[in-house]
Design a protein around this ligand. Structure first.
Ligand code: MEV
Length: 438
């Protein structure tokens, strides 16, 4: 019981399931049943899932939903979202509808530059290293020609390779700081392959460099890896309208606009609020990133680093009232792909991209930024008016009823009842118990 296992990866799927079920769960038969219940009945589809990662024993489902009515640069989109949190899709849809009649979302891609670095230690004179680097720089391009050929055909490739002296941080520490254009690919494999080749070329050429001492010839490459911080792979999404067109229920348009701006100012000024404010943005962003098969960990890491770019963690959205217009916008780094990776393998990812009319990576950046902006608008709008709990608990009602074991007919009746009553854990429990006792 609970002892280490040798060669787990070599066991068959059934053996893996048996092992985990009998060693780590209370009811092995129930565990096996559950894991099987989540298998896809289509063997081909299941095989695809099994082969995404190692040691697959089942699938882990998330709801796949659609937020319709997004008008982006005059074009309509229905945005697919994969997320478990209630209210997020409803909030996105509500914001889309709100801006539909106020000119929709306007977006611009500011840059598409990706980054990768070779980190190395050089024990010698910085000026000699720089002269050596300038001399061998063309070799970095020629030695990666086989890797870059097809990317160049698609209009991408290596943009630049810069030698950075970071010896003020760590003794002997330098970098090849490299920038890339990867077009519709997220480009991780392309970038990492180029970087590993740069590292080999660097070491090899240094070892042959006649004006280096033997210590200088022995460059220590520590690692070669892309960076998920991509401040020049940047997109902006914006909404604006005359303040009087905001027409919010129960509050004057001026007061609503001012409260929105004030809420953003608070998120700019204060990190505790900024983190939650940005979390709301990521509710929208991650859901589209997941649905379209992109790497949400990479996006999260890069976006939050960008939120701290001025030395303090701050809001990713901005709001102003100027000349009678309310303007609300987001500027975020998003390194996305619409080819390669999961995009051609996962059936639902393919469908999500089809629903988005098979966007280019640049178009997807714009759609994702809009999803983040819409989500933030909806969250802050609720926060500065009704508070979020009213709407959220309504959306959460079915989760509560399911947790409490309500039947279908009880759920139907109680959903009606709570249209005019406040949803809380206690009120739902009480209403269900009352119904059951009747
Ligand atoms: C909840 O998932 C997200 C919010 O907390 C975001 C916010 O506070 O702006 C509602």
């Amino acid at each position: 019981m609970n002892t280490p296992v040798e060669g787990f990866s070599k066991l068959t799927k059934a053996e893996k399931i048996n092992w985990i079920a009998s060693n780590f769960t209370q009811d092995p038969e129930r565990t096996k049943q559950l894991l099987q219940q989540y298998w896809n009945t289509d063997g081909e589809v299941q095989k695809v899932h099994d082969e995404f990662i190692e040691n697959t024993v089942s699938n882990y489902y998330l709801p796949f939903a659609i937020a319709p009515n997004f008008l982006i640069n005059g074009k309509f989109y229905a945005i697919p979202m994969a997320i478990e949190e209630s209210s997020v899709v409803a909030a996105a849809s509500k914001a889309a509808k709100f801006w539909l009649t106020r000119g929709g979302f306007k977006t611009t891609v500011i840059g598409t530059e990706k980054v990768g670095q070779v980190h190395f230690i050089f024990k010698g004179e910085a000026t000699k290293l720089r002269a050596f680097f300038n001399e061998i720089k063309p070799e970095f391009y020629t030695s990666t020609a086989a890797i870059t050929k097809s990317m160049e055909k698609r209009g991408g490739g290596i943009k630049d390779i810069v030698l950075k002296d970071l010896t003020d941080k760590i003794e002997g520490y330098y970098q090849l700081h490299c920038t890339f254009e990867t077009k519709d690919a997220m480009g991780a494999n392309f970038i990492n392959s180029c970087l590993e080749q740069f590292a080999s070329t660097l070491k090899e050429k240094a070892a042959q460099h006649t004006s280096f001492t033997s210590e200088e010839k022995d460059i220590e490459v520590v690692m070669s890896i892309l960076s998920n911080y991509v401040p020049n792979c940047l997109v902006r999404a914006e909404v604006s309208c005359p303040v009087e067109a905001l027409n919010e229920d129960g509050i004057s348009s001026e007061e609503f606009a001012q409260k929105m701006v004030r809420a953003v100012e608070i998120a700019k000024a204060e990190p505790y609020r900024a983190v939650t404010h940005n979390k709301g943005i990521m509710n929208g962003i991650d859901a589209v990133i997941l649905a379209t098969g992109n790497d949400f960990r990479a996006i999260e890491a890069g976006v939050h680093a960008y939120a701290s770019k001025d030395g303090r963690y701050s809001s990713l959205t901005h709001a102003t009232i100027k000349d009678g217009d309310f303007k609300f916008w987001i500027e975020i780094p998003l390194a996305l792909g619409t080819v390669g990776g999961l995009t051609s393998l996962h059936p639902l990812v393919k469908l999500a991209l089809e629903i988005l009319q098979n966007p280019s990576a640049e178009e997807l950046m714009q759609i994702v930024a809009v999803a983040g902006l819409a989500q933030n608008f909806a969250a802050v709008r609720s926060l500065v008016t009704t508070g979020i709990q009213k709407g959220h608990m309504k959306m959460h009602l079915l989760n509560l009823l399911n947790q409490m074991g309500a039947t279908e007919s009880e759920k139907q009746e109680l959903v009606q009842y709570f249209k005019t009553h406040t949803v809380t854990n206690a009120s739902v429990k009480e209403a269900l118990e009352k119904m059951q006792s009747e």
